[in-house]
Write a protein that binds this ligand. Structure first.
Ligand code: NAD
Ligand code: TYD
Length: 350
């Protein structure tokens, strides 16, 4: 009987992982442990919130006593750790927030798990969810593999790299059983509209400018969030202890090409003239330290564990746009209030 604490379960990826585990494993107890920052939203989980095996605990991972209490109350056997500050642009403005949650919060959580599970580490798993951004930037060719050396360039990726190292150190030093996965850029439903795809979907709906950073030729490798959730399920149950897995869809897009595809699909779905949304594209000042290209070699998880993505990018993007067009209330809720202030401070000076 597993009692799994999923941290960051009210966020974008975390909510998909919680939903998958709650529905696929009714025999497990799933505890969503989340501080509900601007990025955490219980509306993301409305459809499963009354499930018998689902519990929510509003806890900050920096709060040791509160973490200990949750481990005690729910007899936590395993952790899937997604709670983090996750947006690169915010990390450039407020790097310390990223050090607190991503580094100190992770070490705090590791400490609590280490102490609570000390009777027999072999019965427990600490799964740390990380990013491909820890590897830094690629040139025009090549891929990140699990043995690529870490070379983080943003405060966000530096904080995630640091947390990855701490997880590894706890496995070596204290014999905590761990596993780490490093995934490429996710997209899909419930994505907060500060990241490229949901921000541009929201701006296209509202006929607002589409702020493309720099020359628009930066490349990202995109994975549908539900496929990331199934990869996490696979690694959680079948990954090799103390190993790492890269997760990605072999799906590279230059930002400007992706934005043009998004405009085309949205013009079709909104019944607008072809080319109308493309006119909203506006080149703006580049992000400092902007990584040129990310690309994941996901062959290890494919050959060792048999995982592969279930949808093509066009299918996933189309499903994502449909979801945003059908969930206008969700979008309105998350873009009211503090979001407006964020948007002005981040974009009006560019
Ligand atoms: P998100 O920003 O949407 O959600 C983060 C969640 O963590 C929110 O629910 C927030 O309330 C919670 N949280 C933040 N600080 C907390 C704290 N101190 N205590 C408790 N909860 C806290 O992030 P996401 O995009 O869902 O990313 C989840 C994880 O996956 C992160 O660790 C991120 O680094 C990693 N990741 C993200 C991507 C991506 O494309 N979004 C890709 C690879 C890896
Ligand atoms: P983002 O979604 O922030 O993810 P990450 O920086 O973690 O890869 O950005 C994806 C790409 O899109 C990245 O190259 C930066 C670029 N971008 C823009 O051009 N304009 C924007 O408004 C945003 C948010 C991102």
């Amino acid at each position: 009987m597993k009692h799994i604490a999923i941290t960051g379960g009210a966020g974008f990826i975390g909510s998909h992982v919680v939903r998958l585990f709650v529905t696929r494993y009714p025999q497990y107890k799933i505890v969503n442990l989340d501080a509900l920052t601007y990025a955490g939203n219980l509306e993301n989980l409305k459809d499963i919130e009354h499930s018998n095996n689902y519990f929510f605990e509003k806890v900050n991972i920096l709060d040791t006593a509160a973490l200990q209490a949750v481990f005690e109350k729910h007899a936590i056997t395993d952790v899937i750790h997604l709670a983090a500050e996750s947006h690169v642009d915010r990390s450039i403005v407020s790097p310390l927030d990223f050090v607190y949650t991503n580094v100190i919060g992770t070490v705090n959580l590791l400490n609590v798990a280490k102490d609570k599970w000390k009777e027999d580490y072999s019965q427990h798993l600490f799964y740390h969810v990380s990013t491909d951004e820890v590897y830094g930037a690629l040139g025009d060719t090549g891929f990140f593999t699990e043995t690529t050396s870490y070379h983080p360039n943003s405060p966000y990726s530096a904080s995630k790299a640091s947390s990855d190292h701490f997880v590894r150190a706890y496995a070596e030093t204290y014999h905590l059983q761990t596993v780490v996965s490093n995934c490429s850029n996710n997209y899909g439903p419930y994505h907060f509209p500060e990241k490229l795809i949901p921000l541009f979907i929201n701006n296209i709906i509202n006929k607002k400018p589409l702020p493309v950073y720099g020359d628009g030729l930066y490349t990202r490798d995109w994975l549908f969030v539900k496929d990331h959730a199934t990869a996490i399920d696979t690694v959680f149950h079948r990954g090799k202890i103390n190993d790492t897995y890269n997760i990605g869809g072999f799906n590279e897009w230059k930002n400007i090409d992706l934005v043009k595809l998004l405009c085309k699909l949205m013009d079709e779905k909104l019944g607008r003239q072809q080319g109308e949304s493309e006119q909203l594209i506006t080149y703006v000042k580049d992000r400092p330290g902007h990584d040129r290209r990310y690309a994941i070699d996901a062959s290890k998880i494919n050959t060792e564990l048999g995982w592969k993505p279930s949808v093509t990018f066009e299918e996933g993007l189309s499903q994502t746009i449909d979801w945003y067009l059908q969930n206008t209330e969700w979008l309105q809720h998350v873009t009211s209030g503090a979001y407006q202030h964020y948007y002005e401070s981040m974009y009006e000076a560019r």
